[in-house]
Design a binder for this molecule. Structure first.
Ligand code: F6R
Length: 568
């Protein structure tokens, strides 16, 4: 996962930044960098691999200055390269940036800037940000805060950005748009800090200001000025954070589950990052150790998993069958080994497991090994058993999942399967380049869309207040939304202790509809897709029996909002 640290004050910035990056090591990364203003110049040191490599480089070529920014980057495709590591400096060396998020429209911006004569030194999306800032400066926008504000108007997606300029050596500018991870500003005495994650700077101060979405902060040693992106002033509210390791990591959230729900845009970004080459529209998953020949020899895939990971596998089946034209069966790890499954060398067995240590899932892999099948795993815990025993693996890059109920591992493992489907489609020749292009563009939009969905929290809380006394709940969906309904029902059971069933909506008429009355709320996933009309008809049938229906609908779908209850 990517991490950001920045400092402005009177101390040496480099050791503070390196120390902060070290405190983010638990998130995992494979390259890191630091930029410090040394006299009037931006000096950058970057390196791939462990932070010790960067420390070593800084030791050999020290940089001195009292303002700077640093970054740890997760880049999983190929060898992570030094020139792709952050911070990124603008062409004339006047501005420098670190960034978490995906610039969804970076290709257009890059082409535009290249046509104007800008030379890029990395393949990253991030570099367009700093080149845009420099273009604005060349056009007379000399104030860094103003240049940052105008720059982000050009960017699509969710972002956490910190900028530094050699023309205004007293300040850092931080921006948050959407939910590409948070921005915490640490308040000190004649010095201030900024970080993507509080633990990076908690050693230095426990007084924190958190940026909300679409806010911009100008951070100097003397103070912090907050504004909205529209320029309206915002009062900086300082939170005093108690120092214990748990609340340090939990940050501003009530509990880990809430934190992990909110981490999804960032985790999804980290899962996509580096695996899609947006410039050439290709997918790279070298950890899968798969040749085109082997991919073409496969006749079948079996996904084995438990609980939430099993439901994730049911979602992934839709992608893999559709894009890679490979037949997929999905089975519970806990059932698989008890029924002498038919497996052969042309079958790939995929285990999905957040922990990588679920015994039933591991046992299914053993069965696959004995029967000479190809073994793959999708795991979150690096170095876990499921990762070690597999012939190839894909990591979720979700960061530690501490909450007992799985959240971000569900969505990131679905993203992994989407990438797997694209990759297999590419290797098996089942995806035309223009279709692959469309799918890669779609997935790049996902982190931002998830962030927008999280903004519905207050509305969802109102609904929860209306229904919290229910004893039973039905979750209905069709097609790919059926496993989503299953996962929703599982979450309600384990977190709210309300009995809930996920059901394929089309099967309701074959019996279970008899259960629906005013005591049985129904959550219907009724998106504007190919089964929309059928879902609407299902909602109407449920209502005819007195059921109260909450619809998960496509934004702007007035019709669904009219037929459901209560009004959204
Ligand atoms: C539900 C949940 C569990 C896990 C299951 C598998 O919220 O967390 O159902 O998904 O125990 O765990 P992993 O993915 O670690 O194999």
């Amino acid at each position: 996962m990517c991490g950001i640290v920045g400092y402005v004050g009177s101390q040496e910035a480099t050791p503070i930044i390196l120390d902060g990056l070290g405190r983010l090591e638990y998130r995992g990364y494979d390259s890191a960098g630091v930029a410090v203003l040394q006299q009037a110049n931006i000096e950058v040191r970057r390196d791939v691999g462990k932070l010790i490599n960067l420390r070593h480089r800084v030791y050999q070529q020290p940089i001195h200055g009292s303002i700077g920014i640093g970054h740890t980057r997760w880049a999983t495709h190929g060898v992570p390269a030094e020139h792709n590591a952050h911070p990124h400096v603008s062409m004339n060396g006047d501005f420098v940036v670190v960034h978490n998020g995906i610039v969804e429209n970076y290709q257009e911006l890059r082409e535009e800037l290249t046509a104007e004569g800008v030379t890029f030194t990395s393949e990253t999306d991030t570099e367009v940000i700093v080149q845009l800032v420099e273009r604005l400066a060349a056009n007379g926008v000399h104030d860094l805060t103003e240049a940052a504000r105008q720059t982000v108007k050009h960017l699509r997606g969710a972002h956490a950005i910190v900028l530094m300029s050699r023309h205004q050596p007293d300040r850092l500018v931080a921006i948050r748009i959407g939910n590409a991870g948070g921005v915490a500003i640490g308040v000190g005495e004649q010095e201030n800090y900024v970080a993507s994650d509080m633990p990076a700077i908690l050693e230095y101060t426990r007084r924190m200001v958190f940026l909300e979405t679409r806010q911009i902060a100008t951070i100097t040693a003397d103070g912090i000025t907050l504004q909205t992106l529209d320029g309206a002033p915002v009062e900086a509210v300082i939170h005093n954070i108690p120092y214990d390791p748990v609340s340090a990591v939990k940050g501003e959230y009530k509990h880990f589950m809430q934190k992990e729900i909110y981490e999804q845009p960032r985790s999804i970004t980290d899962t996509i990052r580096g695996r899609i080459d947006f410039e050439h529209q290709t997918v790279h998953i070298p950890e899968l150790n798969l040749t085109a020949e082997r991919a073409q020899s496969l006749t079948r895939m079996v996904t084995v998993a438990c609980g939430t990971s099993y439901y994730s596998g049911l979602v992934g089946k839709f992608f893999i069958e559709h894009m890679a034209r490979l037949n997929v069966e999905v089975d519970y790890g806990s059932e698989y080994r008890y029924r002498d499954p038919i497996l052969d060398a042309n079958t790939a067995v995929l285990a999905i497991t957040q922990s990588g240590e679920t015994v039933d899932t591991l046992a299914a892999l053993e069965e696959a090994r004995e029967k000479k099948s190809l073994i793959w795993s999708i795991v979150n815990a690096i170095g876990s058993q499921a990762m070690r025993v597999a012939d190839g693996y894909i990591t979720m890059n979700a960061g530690p999942e501490i909450g007992v109920a799985s959240t971000k591992a569900f969505t990131t493992s679905i993203v992994d399967q989407y990438l797997l489907a694209l990759y297999l489609g590419q290797l098996r020749g089942t995806l035309k380049p223009d279709v692959l292009h469309r799918y890669t563009q779609d997935i790049a939009r996902l982190p931002n869309l998830v962030g927008q969905t999280l903004e519905l929290e207050n509305h969802i809380e109102e609904l929860a207040r209306l229904f919290y006394k229910a004893s039973n709940f039905l979750y209905l969906g069709r097609g790919i939304n059926y496993p989503i309904a299953l996962e929703g029902a599982l979450k309600l059971k384990e977190i709210s202790y309300i009995h809930a069933e996920g059901y394929p909506a089309g099967e309701m008429k074959h019996g279970p509809i008899a259960l629906i009355d005013e005591q049985m709320p129904v959550l219907a996933i009724a998106l504007k897709d190919s089964v929309y009309d059928k879902m609407i008809s299902q909602i109407e049938q449920s209502k005819a029996r007195g059921g109260k229906v909450i619809a998960v609908a496509t934004e702007g779908d007035e019709f669904t909002s009219r037929v459901t209850w209560p009004k959204a």
